[in-house]
Design a binder for this molecule. Structure first.
Ligand code: PMP
Length: 456
């Protein structure tokens, strides 16, 4: 209309956005950043402002933005074969399943879906059906941790251990029990770090025993709780959980949706701890989010128990339209090729080390309780007071995030130490970030914390 013709086009976009778009998460975002393009670790909004994408979107654009080789591979595949069901097969899915096995350094069969939530739902169904068909039909419950996030669908949300994400959507999938996380900074068992007997792992055993081992199908956990506030367990935790699972014939499902494909500084997060899961779920970093795709990797032993079952109803009754889409599989293959050829898993570990070194001055800041790093993922736990560890007030967290953005750095907030607001700043930049990019992140954080301090 005549009235809007003088407005820059982004004002018109914003108007339309307010009229038509319901944004993810709350509160309602009436003033969203409208992102126009990305190159490497940087994104540019419609007004031309550049920001370093410190979270790689949602912990996912691991090879960085603007990879033409991925776009070209996708276009080529789209013209050749845009779609086939996974009742049949196609070479991109076959090659990708083989490549995932190589990265897992194990023997797994790969079931493709669309999202991390989907991949976890498939894991739950396979675990239940496996027990059902192998003489333990009452094993149906899953144990996960408080503060965990496993997705937004009713089962994955059931596994999630954050009340505020669940309360208004219940009843969710049933049969999910939660135990305290291995959160050493605020040990739920009152122990001190490095000087405990892993009561957090023992809680899993106690829960299995008290729920009845004959009722428990699986344990699901991330190697490190990421979205729940970068909670890094003691080194022996995951191996202890593996032993407990073996003792009670409980399957270990490891959610590698964030940690997988290099974020942890290893190919997969669990490889840092030397355990072999029964089921591994993965998504985000598999395609660096250039296209939606996820997978549930199932140990050959589990798969064989389905395959060798003579009952006509013994196959997995699960299908989804888009899972294993050939274009997404080709995107994943090209993404993994980049991770390999540019040595980006090692780069991810190096980024974490650069954070550790560069951010040392933050450790004596009066509002920094702890910095936790796993590969290139980092959580900075903000507190009101380092002695009492009272979580930082929402206002303080919001102010710091805004100050980072003002200086051109996008960071995340996660954790909800107090249910309802997050007091942990998170960063997980693209592995392809240059030394200059990483220096920019470190310098910006140091500057923001100093400025905030001066202003009280
Ligand atoms: N598991 C974990 C650990 C996640 O972080 C997420 C998403 N942040 C999911 C599962 C769900 O993935 P999606 O959003 O693709 O459904």
């Amino acid at each position: 209309s005549g009235e809007t013709s003088d407005l820059p086009f982004w004002d018109e976009l914003l108007e339309k956005d307010r009229k038509y778009v319901w944004h993810h998460m709350s509160p309602h975002n009436e003033n969203p950043m409208i992102v126009a393009s990305g190159e490497g670790s940087w994104v540019t909004d419609v007004a031309g402002n550049r920001y370093l994408d410190g979270m790689s979107g949602l912990w996912c654009v691991n090879v960085g933005h603007g990879r033409k080789e991925i776009a070209e591979a996708a276009a080529e595949q789209m013209m050749k074969l845009a779609y086939s069901t996974m009742v049949q097969s196609h070479s991109p899915a076959i090659e990708l399943a083989a490549k995932i096995n190589e990265w897992l350094d194990g023997d797994y069969r790969i079931f493709f879906s669309n999202s991390g939530s989907d991949a976890n739902e498939v894991a739950f169904k396979i675990a239940r059906q496996y027990h059902h068909q192998n003489g333990k039909p009452t094993k149906h419950k899953f144990i996960s941790r408080h503060r965990a996030y496993h997705g937004n669908s009713m089962g994955a949300l059931g596994a999630t251990g954050q009340a505020q994400r669940k309360l208004k959507y219940e009843p969710l999938g049933v049969g999910f029990q939660h135990v305290p996380p291995p959160y050493c900074y605020r040990c739920p068992f009152g122990q001190t770090q490095g000087n405990c007997s892993l009561q957090c792992a023992k809680a899993i055993e106690d829960t299995i025993v008290w729920e009845g081992a004959d009722s428990v199908a699986g344990v699901i956990m991330e190697p490190v709780i990421t979205g729940g506030g970068m909670i890094v367990p003691p080194d022996e935790y995951l191996q202890t959980v593996r032993r407990i699972c073996d003792k009670y014939e409980v399957l270990l499902i490891v959610d590698e949706v964030i940690c997988g494909f290099g974020r942890s500084g290893e190919k997969f997060g669990h490889l840092n701890y030397g355990v072999r899961p029964d089921i591994v779920t993965m998504a985000k970093g598999m395609t660096s989010a250039y296209s939606p795709l996820s997978a549930t990797a199932v140990s050959a032993e589990l798969y064989e128990s389905f395959r060798n079952n003579q009952e006509p109803t013994s196959h997995l009754r699960h299908i989804n339209t888009f899972g294993g889409n050939p274009v997404s599989c080709v995107v994943a293959l090209k993404n993994i090729e980049i991770l390999e050829s540019e040595n980006l898993v090692a780069r991810s570990a190096a980024i974490g080390n650069a954070f550790k070194d560069g951010l040392k001055p933050l450790l004596s800041h009066p509002h920094v309780g702890e910095i936790r790093i796993f590969g290139s993922a980092m959580g900075i736990e903000l507190v009101e007071d380092v002695k009492t560890k009272q979580p930082a007030m929402a206002e303080r967290v919001v102010k710091i995030i805004a100050a980072c953005k003002q200086k051109g750095l996008l960071v995340g907030k996660n954790g909800d130490t107090v249910p309802g607001y997050a007091n942990i700043l998170t960063l997980s930049p693209p592995f392809s970030s240059t030394d200059e990019d990483i220096r920019f992140i470190v310098d910006t954080l140091l500057a923001v914390f100093d400025v905030n301090e001066e202003k009280g």
